[in-house]
Design a protein around this ligand. Structure first.
Ligand code: SOE
Length: 393
């Protein structure tokens, strides 16, 4: 499959909240900073509320606003469906789009269950020979410092990996009055901190180390079990009952130990109750010849400890990842001029367009997304039994 009609990649996006805004920024900016074999046309954005999605189309730069994603699937003037909805709709939309020959970018986590993720992988495999591509949106791989981290590990600069240490800490749920939004309802989100943010550090550490998690020992906890219904809930404030509450049916935090298939051991922490940590993602890899450490709060920097230099010269040194020969950075600004969170989404769009145009499978693929889903499932099973649990597949 070519990129699209005469070098134009016609994109339609389903969902327009936080991730929709980040993806829209990426589609708007990618051709302005990267020389690519295709120009993006932001054809349509889809949302259930006609007035709200029309306003979103205007604000985010989409030509049309529609209210039914199914109308996008059979349109010949659309080449790619970008799924930015909650996880309960990922499988249905992605499989329909793939079966219709549309490329797919699907936000993380890939699905709300292993079974759904397996069906999505099968749908992507069935159309791969036709040149249809599918990518899962684990954007933190494309922070330049994270990509550099993976490159240094692959080059053996820290030797054999012994420890992987990853945390993703947020605090937006500390207030018990924070309403029962969709991320707190299992039937929509699939899980809580586990699928939302542990998924990121699972994918990122598997990407950086090149190793897969094989066994986990986990615990999950829900600290607050009842929350006020959202303002628009018909059986809550919208229905006149300001005191109505509903049950939180997902985890507030997930902690687990893990073994990786290359011999490393790992610790993972994902929480939305780390008071003071707004969006704190850290990864540290300890190896036989050195260590690497990344902190999302210092997104343009990578800490590197090289144990091969003379001992009196040893110490963690900060690499400012803004040189032209660092991943992605050359497309933006001169050395020292830093970039932000949103740039990782533009890098994601760049790599997807390149993959489509060159007939290669973008990473993370749906298979990579399924690999994360299997770890999430193993963590939930381990937390339920308290036992070490194998990652299936
Ligand atoms: C909420 O935890 C959230 O928006 C995640 O869903 C995103 O994947 C993460 O990048 C930022 O926080």
């Amino acid at each position: 499959m070519t990129v699209g009609n005469n070098g134009v990649l016609r994109v339609a996006m389903v969902g327009y909240a936080f991730m929709g805004a980040a993806h829209s920024h990426a589609w708007r900016s990618v051709n302005r900073f990267f020389d690519l074999p295709a120009k993006v046309r932001m054809v349509a954005v889809c949302g259930r509320d006609a007035a709200k999605v029309s306003a979103a189309a205007e604000r985010l730069g989409w030509e049309e606003a529609v209210t039914d994603w199914r109308t996008l699937i059979d349109r010949d003037d659309i080449n790619l469906i970008d799924i930015c909805t909650p996880g309960d709709s990922h499988a249905e939309i992605a499989i329909a789009a793939l079966n219709a020959g549309k490329h797919v970018l699907c936000e993380k986590p890939l699905a709300n269950s292993v079974a759904e993720a397996e069906a999505m992988v099968a749908a992507a495999a069935a159309v791969r020979a036709r040149g249809v591509r599918a990518m899962c949106g684990y954007n933190y791989r494309r922070v330049p410092a994270a990509t550099l981290m993976a490159q240094l590990v692959a080059e053996g600069r820290i030797g054999e990996i012994r420890h992987v240490r990853a945390a993703y800490r947020q605090d937006w749920l500390v207030d018990p009055q924070f309403p029962l939004v969709w991320r707190l309802r299992k039937e929509i989100a699939g899980s809580g901190a586990l699928g939302d943010i542990a998924a990121h550090i699972i994918d990122l550490t598997q990407f950086v180390t090149g190793q897969r998690i094989t066994r986990v020992s986990a615990l999950t906890e829900t600290f607050i079990h009842q929350r006020p219904l959202p303002a628009d809930a018909p059986n809550g404030p919208a229905g006149g009952d300001d005191t109505a509450t509903g049950p939180v049916t997902v985890d507030d935090t997930a902690l687990f130990l893990a073994r990786l298939d290359g011999g490393a051991v790992a610790t993972y922490e994902a929480t939305r109750f780390a008071t003071g940590r707004r969006n704190g993602l850290t990864v540290e890899i300890n190896g036989s010849r050195g260590s690497l450490a990344f902190d999302l709060e210092r997104l343009n920097e990578l800490e590197f400890f090289d144990a091969t230099v003379p001992r009196r010269e040893q110490g963690f040194r900060r690499i400012l990842v803004t040189e032209a020969d660092h991943p992605y950075v050359g497309a933006w600004w001169p050395p020292g001029h830093i970039i932000g969170y949103e740039h990782s989404f533009t890098h994601q769009a760049r790599d997807l367009i390149e993959a489509i145009a060159t007939g290669t499978d973008p990473r993370p693929s749906f298979e990579d997304g399924l690999a994360v889903q299997r770890v999430l499932d193993a963590v939930e099973r381990s937390a339920a039994t308290g036992a070490w649990t194998e990652v299936s597949g």
